[in-house]
Design a protein around this ligand. Structure first.
Ligand code: IMP
Ligand code: MG
Length: 180
């Protein structure tokens, strides 16, 4: 299926499944080499990273642990705007070599929230592995240690990424189609 309709929009294949898989194997090899001798704690961020994490972790050749984190958004009562908090492990973070697994880093605001909540828990180190990275949208200074693909500022879906909740199950990454 080269085109797919989700809600009111049509998307076309941007990064096919096979291309995703071969790049993910390369990223896994790099992480395996860089963290050799350590026992990393992988932290996939739900929901979007579930598919990338599943394929990436199959190719990690290290003793490791895996624990999931989820961002919860709510309207703060004493602050204006949205506050994001993390639901997930706390005790395991201390002293650990943590590898955050994300689907996409866009502005980097979400990643910043994650880092601000992890750092007080005293990890030994925190690395970030994201399948997709939009350098043209990134507003932060934190280093992105592992980026599967650098992509332009287009709206993408599939392979974990959603449009209004839809499309997470698709095996390719799709981009919003210009023509109907
Ligand atoms: P950031 O906080 O701007 O870096 O955005 C991160 C979050 O925005 C991701 O975890 C996604 O949930 C969502 N997002 C950003 N770009 C896209 C996209 O192209 N498609 C689907 N979701 C996206
Ligand atoms: Mg996400």
């Amino acid at each position: 299926m080269s085109k797919v309709a989700l809600g009111d929009k049509v998307f076309e294949v941007s990064i096919p499944h096979d291309t995703l898989q071969s790049r993910i194997r390369e990223v896994a090899r790099q992480i395996t080499a860089d963290l050799s001798g350590k026992q990393p704690l992988f932290l996939p961020i739900l929901n979007g990273a579930f598919m990338f994490a599943s394929d990436l972790l199959k190719h990690i050749e290290l003793d490791c642990t895996v624990s999931f984190m989820r961002l919860a958004s709510y309207e703060g009562t004493t602050t204006t705007g949205k506050v994001k908090t993390l639901l997930g492990p706390k005790k395991e973070i201390r002293g650990a070599s943590v590898v955050i697994i994300e689907d996409i880093v866009d502005t980097g605001i979400t990643l910043e929230h994650i880092m601000e909540q992890l750092e007080p828990l005293a990890p030994a180190e925190v690395r970030i592995a994201t399948l997709l990275f939009k350098p043209g949208a990134y507003q932060k200074n934190r280093k992105i240690d592992y980026a599967g693909f650098e992509v332009p500022n287009d709206f993408l879906v599939g392979y974990g990424l959603d449009y209004d909740g839809l499309g997470r199950n698709l095996k390719h990454i799709y981009v919003l189609s210009e023509a109907p």
